[in-house]
Design a protein around this ligand. Sequence first.
Ligand SMILES: C[S@@+](CC[C@H](N)C(=O)[O-])C[C@H]1O[C@@H](n2cnc3c(N)ncnc32)[C@H](O)[C@@H]1O
Length: 214
Amino acid sequence: MPMVVYILAGAALLATVGWVVWRVASHRHSLPCPAWLRWMVELDNPFTKTNRAAVIVEHLQLQPGMAVADIGCGPGRLAVPVARAVGPSGRVVAVDVQAGMLYRARAKAAMADVSNIEFVEAAVGSGALQREAFDRVLLVTVLGEIPDQAACLAEAFAALRPGGVLSVTEVIFDPHFQRQSRVARAAEAAGFRRRAVFGNRIAYTMHLGKAADA
Ligand SMILES: C[S@@+](CC[C@H](N)C(=O)[O-])C[C@H]1O[C@@H](n2cnc3c(N)ncnc32)[C@H](O)[C@@H]1O
């Protein structure tokens, strides 16, 4: 067998073992994706269309002037195209718990000449988001990293304007992957109603609405 097959098989095995170890460990401890691994997030997932920034942004049906909160924004993979879509009359608040991620997101926004993003270093659930100020809230491959998901979802609910949408994306390649049933249960407990699901069981975006009279 050619050497390259052994090398590829070894790399696949290592990646699988790493995924399993990280997933098991993250059940016991809060292990956010480290900032030095941000290049992996920035690959804009070549394995699944569902997690591509362009696809997520399209599903959001953004309009100029909208306000969007990108929770766990990481290196700004979503925040920058979302800021472009809402235009100069709109705004994005990009929140992340890690300074290293925000550093990269700021640089990316500057390179893209986008100036309608406010960067906030905070843990979600700590009350960093203004109440009833957003049309969309994003949680893209973030929920599984958050120790207190109930507090996160309560903050997302409070931050949305009535009629607003929480958009949750999860993909199986992420060691913190959350199943649809679990996300729906937790979000519904926070007051959301399930509106739509794009993708499939192992790579999906779920939209959850805050009722207009909530
Ligand atoms: C896998 S990355 C996803 C980044 C981005 N949403 C994307 O899809 O490109 C998860 C991000 O969530 C952030 N994060 C983890 N726990 C958080 C918390 N409690 N509050 C805010 N951000 C958090 C991490 O620092 C990391 O940047």
